[in-house]
Every structure is written in C-alpha cells, then in structure tokens.
Design a protein around this ligand. Structure first.
Ligand SMILES: NC(=O)c1ccc[n+]([C@@H]2O[C@H](COP(=O)([O-])OP(=O)(O)OC[C@H]3O[C@@H](n4cnc5c(N)ncnc54)[C@H](OP(=O)(O)O)[C@@H]3O)[C@@H](O)[C@H]2O)c1
Length: 274
C-alpha cells in the first residue's frame, strides 16, 4: 500500500479505517474485518469510547501489532501535562499496546497554556509512548505557532478535508514543513458522492462515486484518508480507490465543486480563519 513517510519517523498507510462512531462489538468486528481485508492503519481517539474495542480487534487479528499503524488522540479538556499523560496511559491500556504510532491533540482548547501542552506532547514522544505526534483541528495560525515558534517536531495534522472543502493554505503549510495531512470525513459523510459531477466521473471510469471522492484526495502528495466504513463491501471499495487514476478533465470538474462545506464544526471548534 502507498505510505506516507517523513523525517519524524512517520510511516503512515495512505488509507486508514476511521472508527468513530463505532463502539463495542460492532467496532471490534469492523476493525478485525478491515485488518483481514488489508487495512494497516486504524484511527481512534479517547473521545470515541472505542479504544478497548479496537484493542480487542488487534488481539483477535493474526496481523502482528508492528504491521499496524495506530493513531489515537487526547481530548481538549485533558491538555494539562498530568491529564495528557494520564490520557495516553489510559489509551495504551485500553488498546493493549505499549506505544501508539501517532498521538494527536484532538482539538485545541481555549485559554490554555499551548506551550506547556506541546512540551508534554513532545516529552511523551521522547519517552517512547508515541512514535510520532501531531495535532488535529488546528487552524493555520495556531499550527504555524506550534511548528515555527515552538519548533515542535510534529509529524502530522488531521483535519476535515474532502472535495467540498477548501484546505489549500493548510495543506501547503503541511507540505512545506513535512507534515502528513490526514483527511478526516473524506466522503463528507456521503455528500461528495451525491454531487452530479462526481457521479459523472464515476460513470466514465466504471467505479463508485465514493471511490472518486477518495482517489481525488489520495493523488494529492502528502494526503492520507481515513473513511469510516463498517460493511465489508464499503471497506473493500474504499481500499480499491487506491487503484483509480483521475485525468485532467476529472480534476478540473472536482476543482469546480463548491468548497465551503464544513461537516464537522462543534461549538468548541476554533475560529477556522485564525
Ligand atoms: N479528528 C477529528 O476531529 C475527527 C472528526 C471526525 C471524524 N474523524 C475520523 O474520521 C473518520 C471518518 O469520518 P466520518 O465518519 O465523519 O465520515 P466519512 O468517512 O466521510 O463518512 C462515513 C460514512 O460514509 C459511509 N461510507 C463509507 N464508505 C462508503 C462507501 N464505499 N460507499 C457508501 N458509503 C460509504 C459510511 O457508512 P458505513 O459505515 O455503513 O460503511 C458512513 O456512514 C471517523 O471515523 C474518525 O475516525 C476525526
């Protein structure tokens, strides 16, 4: 599988399985199935309340732990040093592993000591509890502060990204600083595949509109995708998007789609223009 690597030791399979909002036995079954089908990248978070279920799937699977890239995240109310440490300890215990491959701050907090939180994040990496570290849902100004002013060795950023949302400035910054760019909600929960232009491209290539949505992201240098899929058919279809090659006409049609649809914007979200 196509993988994203960088100088921070990241080795990220370009397609991962998103696990929110699956929990319990459903989550264990879906993750186990995905590993059987060839997925080697699983995305979870403490906030998804499914780390134990993911851990169970890892134990049930015949795929060795070291062959799987595992991402987890700490919630924004646990970013004080002790709380962040405890959060990662809890994650490691629930997942049944001694180290995660990527540990993200899930959302920025408000009125927080950014430098202290980032220092703790780096320490956890240095202590070997996380192979790599990153942030999620950071707007460009805040990411710039973390990377350029604080000099944090971030390996990745995870944000909402799909064909209906503009993310060029953030993506350009990530490329400039050698950060992998993980696109969450890459299908816009079905909305990309509903676009007539996307359906037309799919028909031309004899593929599914969801595969067009994912192929458009995957062909962009530095971009990984983590679609959530529970059924075998959807998991397989998403993996197969890696084989689809778009042409110039397809790219022009994708570029012409409206780019102002943000699906995930909870009340605690940052000012995205900051
Ligand atoms: N960092 C963050 O703040 C953040 C925020 C949101 C999400 N995420 C991560 O990103 C992952 C994905 O995002 P998401 O779940 O919001 O949205 P998404 O991946 O864009 O869409 C998921 C939906 O698409 C369906 N689907 C998947 N593959 C399909 C296919 N081939 N054909 C038709 N339908 C298909 C799924 O249905 P089935 O399940 O029935 O297959 C599910 O209903 C999450 O699971 C989570 O891990 C991170």
């Amino acid at each position: 599988m196509h993988r994203l690597t960088n100088r921070h030791g990241l080795d990220l399979p370009a397609i991962g399985l998103g696990t929110w909002p699956m929990t319990g036995a459903d989550c264990t079954r879906a993750v186990h199935q995905a590993l059987e089908l060839g997925y080697r990248h699983i995305d979870t978070a403490t906030a998804y309340a499914n780390e134990a279920a993911v851990g169970q799937a890892l134990r049930d699977s015949s795929v060795p732990r070291e062959a799987i890239h595992l991402t987890t995240k700490v919630w924004w109310d646990r970013l004080e040093p002790q709380a962040m440490r405890q959060s990662l300890e809890d994650s490691l215990r629930a997942l049944g592993t001694e180290q995660v491959d990527l540990f993200h701050i899930h959302w920025p907090a408000r009125d927080w000591d950014l430098a202290r939180s980032i220092e703790t994040l780096v320490q956890l990496r240095d202590e070997g509890k996380a192979r790599c570290i990153g942030v999620a849902n950071f707007p460009l100004g805040l990411l710039r502060q973390v990377v350029e002013q604080l000099g944090a060795p971030l390996a990745a950023i995870q944000v909402e990204y799909h064909a209906l949302l503009e993310q060029s400035p953030l993506l350009a910054f990530a490329r400039q600083h050698d950060l992998a760019f993980t696109a969450y909600t890459p299908l816009a929960r079905g909305e990309v595949a509903e676009q007539p232009a996307v359906c037309a491209i799919a028909e031309k290539h004899g593929v599914l509109p969801t595969q067009v949505a994912l192929a458009w992201l995957l062909e962009q240098p530095g971009v990984a995708v983590i679609p959530k899929a529970s059924s075998r058919a959807n998991q397989l279809a998403n993996l197969a998007a890696l084989e689809l090659r778009l042409d110039e006409q397809d790219r022009a049609a994708m570029a012409a789609l409206p780019k102002d649809r943000r699906v995930v914007s909870p009340e605690f979200a940052p000012d995205w223009q900051a």
